[in-house]
Design a protein around this ligand. Sequence first.
Ligand SMILES: [Zn+2]
Length: 377
Amino acid sequence: MTHDIVQLLSQLVAINSINPDLVPDGAGETEIAAFVAQWCRAAGLEVEIDEAAVGRPNVIAVARGSGGGRSLLLNAHMDTVGVAGMDHPHEPEIKGNRLYGRGSYDMKAGLAAILMVAAQAKQLNLRGDVIVTAVCDEEYASIGTASVVKRVHADAAIVTEATAMDICTAHKGFIWLEIETQGKAAHGSEPSLGVDAIAKMGSVLVGLEALGRELQAAPSHPLLGAGSIHASLIIGGQELSSYPERCVLSVERRTVPGESPELVSAQVQQILDRSGNADPQFKAALRTLLVRDYSEIAADAPIVQLLQQHIVAAGRQPRIFGAPWWMDSAILSAAGIPTVIFGPGGEGAHAVEEWVDLDQVRECADILLKVVQDFCG
Ligand SMILES: [Zn+2]
């Protein structure tokens, strides 16, 4: 077992854990999960391997409390994105105060920090449980955290995604929709027989663009601003010489707190209804493909207050902010666990050059340990 956080982080970065659903020959999380589980056992933690799917393990490690205290869940993902264009992605390199390598910043630094904190918490004989969930598949479909919340619950959670020592209390959700317009296939020379499904999508696209402008003009959330909508993919037609019988448009809607899946689909349905009222030949269907919740925690929630207090005590003035991108915190929040996001700084998530600030990694672990002591003690 390593007692030095930089050494532990180096060991984690050295293990290839590319998400295999993102990159076809990705190594997956089996090797890194075995390392994490072994490390946690050596630290005296209770360890359980939770297979979210075949070959996709989570590690759940608990510094069991003596009883009667609040429990805190610390969550970090083990998987990374691909390494195209990188020279030696899995040979961690320390230059000055930076550690370079794939996953150093997103988010093996956060993983190293919570492992160190749980190991130290074990020595402190706290009353509440400290639960580490090192999860798979955050970079693709989040089956890891989705599986974890079926097994563990806690009074609060911290996801240690990189925030440059600021406090992230909210992030946007997203919803994928599909709109299909129906036409009538016919020979291209027979306008009286054919109905052009692609042309019928025209008024839908105009309506979506207008809805996007309306949303942007009325920001409703103090940290996240406005929701948004955009067209992503469009497919239609059989061949050049025929009227197309169908056209399928994929649409992405990014949501802010207060925007439910029902509201989102009603807004788009209204566009389809308007087109239908204006054009008796217009026929369309709307489907919701995927819903990913937004995440939000009140700034005066105990875990946020405690975190803020200890960051300030460390001499910083943390910003409370909302992130536009999606994180596993939404799954924890939806499971009824008040969840905040806090981690170190660096650069290059998903980029060719990725590094994390080692002073901030150490500082992050120190702050988290104090939060754990106060929350679970
Ligand atoms: Zn991440």
